[in-house]
Design a binder for this molecule. Sequence first.
Ligand SMILES: Cc1cc2nc3c(=O)[nH]c(=O)nc-3n(C[C@H](O)[C@H](O)[C@H](O)COP(=O)(O)OP(=O)(O)OC[C@H]3O[C@@H](n4cnc5c(N)ncnc54)[C@H](O)[C@@H]3O)c2cc1C
Length: 312
Amino acid sequence: MSIIVVGGGLIGSAVAFTLRDAGLEVEVLDAHLPGAGWRAAAGLLTPDGERLAGTPLHASALESLNLWPEFARSLEAHSGQSVHLRTGVFRLGPVPEVGEGPHGLTRCTPGEGRLHPASVVSAALTGVRVTRARVLALRPDRRGVSLQTDAGDRGGRLVVLATGAWSSAFGLDIRPVQGQALLLEGGNDHPAVYGTRRRGHGPHGYALGRPDGLYVGATARLSASVQPDSWARRWLQGAARTLAPTCSGHAVLSQLVGLRPVTPDGLPLVGPHPTLPGVVVATGHGRHGALLAPLTARQVLALVRQALPEAA
Ligand SMILES: Cc1cc2nc3c(=O)[nH]c(=O)nc-3n(C[C@H](O)[C@H](O)[C@H](O)COP(=O)(O)OP(=O)(O)OC[C@H]3O[C@@H](n4cnc5c(N)ncnc54)[C@H](O)[C@@H]3O)c2cc1C
């Protein structure tokens, strides 16, 4: 029996890739739910841009940022696909402690970067068995865990729960925080730019060029709605005018909506499930799932090796 990863988003796909790379048999079950975080995520790898310094997440964020170059190389070598990792993120307006970048922008912490989340998921799942199914219930049994799904019952030696904003269905304290973003035509080479949060220095948003267009993000609202709305669109168009004035009039290709999985203390949940033996949890990454994916995958591999000594 395989290890079953429930959820093939940023976290589930990175976990599946890492377990498979370690020689374990893995299957991913994903329900293709609208509002999956990875489909809307910008792909910024920015502990500084996200102001994590001084928070309990900072050390993990830096550790994971350092893992990204090697993780991206492995994904690309394995899949033959680029994940579009690039370094260099800038901030609008003067920031005294950092150096000058192009167009009068100031550079954030060295090493910060960005990638294309959908390419990461696609590369990580290359060669992994992925089944479209929604897991409805998990029941530990003598052989491992049995899974009730909308596509029939399954069994796994061990289950990794990477169900993002839908994790409360499995007894975990996770709330969905909706984020919206715009993808504009062109601007693929635009630098990654954060607005500053200080008064009079522009919006709290960010903009970056990606292979699929110019991404402008992002709103945040405690909501599970996956419907785009006109308020968010206006706010994002205002952010585009400040952060990427040369592209702000470009056609809107799509208005993205995603749900961030958020815990009460803002820290990810990575560890054994509190009540279900044989289930490892990897969720609650909030705004930082892309950034924290390689570290989380490494942590899950260690947990799997503890649970299945023959996997060590
Ligand atoms: C607008 C926006 C911008 C963001 N920008 C960034 C960024 O720049 N950098 C960054 O680090 N993070 C960013 N994030 C956060 C990031 O997207 C999330 O932290 C990340 O997606 C969480 O990964 P995940 O795998 O836990 O969840 P998801 O990516 O949401 O994936 C969960 C998957 O589980 C599946 N699923 C759920 N329930 C079930 C079930 N019962 N059975 C089967 N499958 C199921 C879903 O179909 C989905 O594919 C952003 C988020 C948003 C919304």
